[in-house]
Design a protein around this ligand. Structure first.
Ligand code: NAD
Ligand code: MG
Length: 381
């Protein structure tokens, strides 16, 4: 098992659970980074005493520097400080930053030769081409933390030849609005959208689950991680979130990973792979659930899934564009500035207007992100 770890986004839903796993297995925390929540970070610094920590927000970093002056931890700031923490050289860097802000730190960590435990799916959606080839070049592993991708990764253990994989099947909870039609979603509130049936997560991904954009992003994430064409990745709605995803092989045998919905299982597996250890997660008692259901997604209502699929098939900067539009629109919805269905409208608009460029650089990805964000804002204001 790895001995040293950096946690990027340590105050978030995944970050806090990652530190719980680290505490349980006595991992040395080399670096911690956050956006702006310095109250929680201060406690984490006092417990784990990392060599460095970074706060993206400059003012919050200044405040924290004074608060933890009695500790050995050096406090860095801004996006550069976060990237410097990512490049601290820990054996594994768990990236649980939310959004495109996670992409540059992932690249920095790979450059430094660390293995990546990846929760930040936006890293692969927008920058998959660069992240996967750089990881290969540097000989580092990208281990999925996202539960569906961890399930697929676990179901692929023992597969000797990639040609024997026929299909990846991602399960989706369906979110809080499963079964509703488009007309019924026009006026849903933020509170309703934040009410996820099975998972307690950060606000951005919870809204992504309500629009099912999350499943579209995950389709692209899976395509990059497992080098599969989008046409061979299916989505099935499974309301109970017990079967976390499946792999169909050439003999039509299907292997799945199951467990109660608790992110500490995939987090721990990404840190202990290929070994397994005791975990605080409760055992799965199938009889407690009785019935597991599987249904087709309603693609007419939850259009974001196929918008993502199409963006990946178009290639180039299209996935970065739909990701940027979604991030901006998701934020505007959470601020009460636009309606729920406007999120899909923004994503659809981005797919039509994204810059066409097959020979794009990582710089073009960031530029597209900026461009589509401001375009999305103008669309509504
Ligand atoms: P969250 O909002 O709870 O936490 C996000 C973390 O990122 C916080 O620590 C925040 O301080 C930090 N952050 C925000 N902006 C930053 C910036 N500019 N620079 C540096 N750090 C910044 O989010 P979450 O639910 O933990 O999700 C994190 C990532 O993991 C997302 O990409 C999400 O899609 C993915 N993920 C989450 C879950 C889950 O169960 N929460 C499951 C699968 C995948
Ligand atoms: Mg997931």
């Amino acid at each position: 098992m790895i001995k040293s770890l950096a946690v990027l986004g340590s105050t978030g839903s995944i970050g806090v659970q990652a530190l719980e796993v680290a505490r349980l297995h006595n991992l040395k925390i080399e670096a911690l980074t956050v956006g702006s929540r310095i109250d929680i970070l201060e406690n984490q610094i006092r417990e784990f005493l990392p060599a460095v920590a970074a706060v993206a927000d400059e003012n919050a970093a200044k405040e924290l520097r004074i608060k933890v002056a009695d500790t050995p931890t050096k406090i860095l700031s801004g996006a550069d400080g976060v990237a410097e923490c990512a490049a601290c050289g820990a054996e594994s860097v768990l990236n649980s930053i939310v959004g495109i802000a996670g992409l540059a730190p992932t690249v920095a960590a790979i450059e430094a030769g660390s293995d990546i435990a990846l929760a930040n799916k936006e890293t692969l959606v927008a920058g998959g081409k660069f992240v996967m080839s750089l990881a290969k070049e540097k000989g580092v592993s990208i281990l999925p933390v996202d539960s569906e991708h961890s399930a697929i990764f676990q179901s692929l253990q023992g597969c000797a030849d990639k040609k024997q994989i026929k299909k990846l099947i991602l399960t989706a909870s369906g979110g809080p609005f499963f079964g509703r039609k488009k007309e019924e979603l026009e006026n849903v509130t933020l509170e309703q959208a934040l009410n996820h049936p099975n998972w307690s997560m950060g606000a951005k991904i919870t809204i992504d689950s309500a629009t099912m954009m999350n499943k579209g992003l995950e389709l692209i994430e899976a395509a990059w991680l497992f080098d599969m064409p989008a046409k061979d990745i299916d989505i099935v709605v499974h309301r109970q979130s017990i079967v976390h995803s499946l792999v169909e092989y050439s003999d039509n045998s299907v292997i799945a990973q199951l467990g109660v919905p608790d992110m500490r299982i995939p987090i721990q597996y990404a840190l202990t792979y290929p070994d397994r250890f005791e975990s605080p997660v409760r055992q799965l008692d199938l009889t407690e659930f009785g019935t597991l259901t599987f249904e087709k997604p309603d693609y007419e209502t939850f259009v974001c899934i196929n918008l993502c699929r199409r963006s990946f098939e178009k290639g180039g900067l299209y996935p970065a564009a739909v990701n940027a539009a979604n991030e901006k629109a998701n934020e505007l919805f959470r601020q009460g500035k636009i309606g729920f269905l406007d999120i899909a409208r923004a994503v659809s608009h981005a797919l039509e207007t994204a810059p066409q460029n097959d020979d794009y650089s990582l710089g073009d990805v960031f530029e597209t992100d900026r461009l589509i964000r401001s375009q999305t804002e103008r669309l509504f204001l």
